[in-house]
Every structure is written in structure tokens, then in C-alpha cells.
Design a protein around this ligand. Structure first.
Ligand code: GLP
Length: 241
């Protein structure tokens, strides 16, 4: 694992966007795995900036998002479909046919998960997967206790995660109880991983991810077994390391 300590959110966002830019310029048809949440938001802003300045084009880029809530429609501002279009896709030259998100409203969610896995395979796999980390060490929506052998599928969100995500909703009963997410094994298949962690509340999870036992109780600890992981984190997130 390579750990890059940054002084603030802006530096984290800038460094992350430079890593993505490097990939896009290096590979003919780059395949990116993307994440939602507050951690990558600034990175998306930097990427839009680079696109507007003509430094980067997404014409040949394909994306797969990590996860989606079950039962939130695309136009619900809390859906990850909405987030991604609002924060990135609507502002760059990516082809909509190359944008992939799990459909949390699909009638057959098992089939949806299989379809997603197939599409990732057909695209040649993910070159670079961006991740955030939950306060409980989850990646995507793979909660503590999830099998490391899980592939894309439906999961139940635990209370800590629902509480953490409550800030985006009006009340706890509006926070979905289930999500569909790439599995740990799907994430581990990515050729490279870039994880962003910001703030004191992530410090316990970050410590476990880097130094803890590789154990299903802390999903992000599995990343110790990946061949190429870069973690960009601020001093507070690294304060227990
Ligand atoms: C959600 C997402 C995760 C994300 C996590 C942390 O639960 N499903 O993919 O990493 O939140 O979010 P934040 O970056 O807002 O702390």
C-alpha cells in the first residue's frame, strides 16, 4: 500500500484527480470504477476543471459505479445515479453509453448484479477503482462481516452506515435499508485501487485497514492483499496509524 498524506481536502482532491488524469492519458480505453460520498466530491470538481481547460477528455473512458441504494429513483437527489450526473457526468464529454450504474430499482436485482459483473468483464475489467471508506471500514456498501468472496449483490445496510448517511436525508426512516454493491471480490479484481479518506471519524477504520488483521469484520483490511493500492488521506484520518 502506498500512503500519501495530504494537508487538506483540496490537496487530496487535486492529487486524486491527477492520478485519474494519468490513467486516462496512459490507457487507450480506460475503465474507471467510481465512488460516491463526500470524499471524492472535490476530486470530481478538479476533473471537471481539467476537462474545461482542455487538459483531459473522457471520450474513450468507461465508468462503473460501485453501488446504489435500493428503491431510490434516478431523479431522487439521494440516489447515486443523481449524484454522479450532478457532480460529474453532466459536466464532461463522457458518452452516456459508457456510463454504468447499478439499477437499484431493477425488478430482478439478482439478474441486475449478474448483468453488471458481465459488463465489467466485457469491458476488460476495471483499470482504476476509486473508493471511499465508511466509518466502520466498509468499502462500496460491503459492511463488516461481508464475505471477501462476495461478488456484486444486494446487501443490508447496518445502523452505523444508515446513521452516517442520514445527513443527506430528512429522517432516518427515509434512509434505505438495502443497497446493491460490487462485492469485495469484484473490487479486488480491479487492476489498481485509489482510496480517499478524510477526517478524524475515519481514523479507526483507516488504522484497521492499514495495520489491522485482514479480517471480514473490517472489510477495507482486504486491501492489504491487493497488489496496487494508493491511499490518499489527511493527517486526521491517519492520526491512529
Ligand atoms: C457510503 C458509500 C461508500 C462511501 C462511504 C463514505 O456508504 N456507499 O462508497 O465510501 O459512504 O462516504 P463519505 O466519503 O461521504 O464519508
Amino acid at each position: 500500500m502506498e500512503i500519501i498524506q495530504v494537508k487538506d481536502y483540496q490537496e487530496m482532491s487535486k492529487k486524486a484527480s491527477e492520478i485519474i488524469e494519468g490513467k486516462i492519458n496512459l490507457i487507450d480505453k480506460p475503465v474507471l470504477g467510481l465512488a460516491t460520498g463526500s470524499s471524492p466530491e472535490g476530486m470530481y470538481e478538479c476533473l471537471i476543471d481539467k476537462y474545461k481547460k482542455g487538459e483531459i477528455s473522457f471520450q474513450n473512458t468507461t465508468t462503473f459505479n460501485l453501488d446504489e441504494y435500493i428503491d431510490l429513483s434516478k431523479d431522487n437527489s439521494n440516489s447515486y445515479y443523481y449524484y454522479m450526473h450532478d457532480k460529474l457526468f453532466n459536466h464532461i464529454d463522457i458518452k452516456s453509453i459508457n456510463v454504468h450504474l447499478l439499477k437499484g430499482m431493477a425488478r430482478d436485482l439478482r439478474e441486475e448484479a449478474l448483468r453488471y459483473e458481465r459488463m465489467i468483464r466485457d469491458a476488460g475489467g476495471i483499470d482504476l477503482q476509486v473508493l471511499g471508506i465508511g466509518v466502520n471500514g466498509h468499502i462500496g456498501f460491503n459492511e463488516p462481516g461481508t464475505k471477501f468472496t462476495n461478488r456484486t449483490g444486494v446487501v443490508e445496510l447496518n445502523e452505523l452506515t444508515r446513521q452516517a448517511n442520514l445527513r443527506h436525508f430528512q429522517s432516518l426512516d427515509q434512509v434505505p435499508t438495502h443497497a446493491i454493491t460490487m462485492g469485495i471480490e469484484t473490487i479486488m479484481d480491479s487492476k489498481e485501487i485509489l482510496l480517499l479518506a478524510f477526517g478524524k471519524e475515519k481514523s479507526r477504520a483507516v488504522k484497521g485497514m492499514i495495520h489491522g488483521d485482514v479480517d471480514e469484520h473490517l472489510p477495507a483490511s482486504v486491501l492489504q492483499k491487493h497488489q496496487k493500492v494508493t491511499i490518499i488521506a489527511d493527517e486526521a484520518a491517519l492520526s491512529n496509524v
